[in-house]
Design a protein around this ligand. Structure first.
Ligand code: DC
Length: 336
């Protein structure tokens, strides 16, 4: 016999008996299923709970699953400042006939405990002005993971085309520029920096002209291939929130969680208008509305990887919701 140990953890949304028992049950079931274990393989299980979890013993759920002859014990996890609250951890000892690579299981917000073992990827798609970047940025901050704004990459290419005096809606103008175009991002805790041919363009890409150019170059398959490759490469290595138009459908079809954010065109135009006004830029509301409708058409009607809700994405209409409400809704999904 060979002896092994498997780790796992899960976060709770509240300290109630039902939540503790159902979440612990889910964690145990996943550890067993992912590692193809039988009850007779399990030698013992240690459960720990953070000090804010005291409505029930997690081990009760193991008994309810029928693990009646396995030695179990529950302890309190030591408290460390700013650590993940409402969390149940498991250490399971197993004995197996053969050598086998075992998978540790981290669920809900507990994935943050071991980003090296459990990567979390969140895809946020939706039309312009639906609140994607605001929500994605804050969500990443709250979860302690990185944020990748893919729109910025399309904007960088849009900027390159404009700087070369070319037409962003003409593939014959855009495609020949691509081999000599280098787009790179630096993801930092404070935010994302974007570079075009080695020069930082983080601020420069935020103009109306570049927005429109980005939406045009985004319809060109060669542009998408180049950027999607880069996006997938980044997503392979880190836990992140990525926002765009085709993240859940095409870039990260296996994302841990997929959200499709939307709002009426009028509401989105109102938000953009307010944003520009705050920056001291006066633009006619109807012009913005027209641009939004035009960008929606560009993004949704293109042949290659159009803006579309992934079947398994959760739709959130942000029209009458505050940022906090949307964030809480998403966080509760991560915890469910
Ligand atoms: O999200 P944004 O406004 O910064 O995006 C700018 C444009 O880039 C948008 O109109 C469509 C395009 N885009 C895309 O086609 N695919 C993405 N994943 C992100 C943006």
């Amino acid at each position: 016999m060979k002896y092994f140990a498997v780790r796992g953890a899960i976060s709770l949304s509240e300290n109630t008996k039902e939540e503790i028992l159902s979440k612990t049950k889910r964690l145990l079931e996943q550890i067993i299923q992912k590692n193809r274990l039988e009850y007779q393989d399990i030698v013992s299980i240690i459960f720990t709970a953070t000090r804010d979890v005291d409505a029930a013993y997690p081990a009760v759920s193991a008994r309810e699953l029928g693990m009646t002859s396995i030695p179990l014990i529950c302890c309190q996890e030591m408290y460390v400042e700013n650590s993940l609250p409402l969390c149940i951890r498991v250490l399971m000892h197993v004995q197996l006939e053969e050598e086998r690579e075992l998978q540790h299981v981290y669920l809900g917000k507990a994935v943050m405990l071991r980003p090296d073992l459990a990567r979390i990827t969140i895809a946020i798609d939706g039309p312009a002005g639906a609140g994607k970047s605001t929500i994605a940025k804050l969500l990443a901050e709250r979860l302690g993971i990185l944020y990748l704004d893919t729109g910025a990459m399309y904007r960088a290419i849009g900027l390159k085309v404009l700087e070369n005096g070319k037409d962003p809606s003409n593939p014959q103008d855009v495609v020949p520029l691509l081999p000599d175009t280098d787009v790179s991002v630096r993801l930092e805790k404070e935010g994302q920096k974007i570079f075009l041919d080695g020069r930082e363009v983080t601020g420069e890409i935020r103009t109306q002209e570049v927005s429109y150019a980005a939406s045009c170059v985004g319809t060109i398959p060669e542009v998408r291939h180049k950027l999607v490759e880069l996006q997938r490469e980044i997503a392979k290595k880190v836990s992140l929130v990525m926002d765009g138009r085709d993240i859940g459908t095409y870039v990260m079809p296996d994302a841990t969680l997929k959200i499709f954010l939307t709002a009426t065109p009028e509401e989105r135009a109102k938000r953009r208008w307010r944003e520009l006004k705050e920056k001291g830029i006066n633009v006619d509301y109807n012009t913005i509305l027209e641009e939004i409708v035009q960008r929606d058409a560009n993004d949704s009607n293109r042949r290659f990887a159009p803006l579309r809700k992934a079947e398994d994405a959760v739709l959130i209409d942000t029209t009458n919701k505050s940022v906090t409400q949307v964030l809480e809704e998403i966080e509760s999904m991560l915890n469910s």
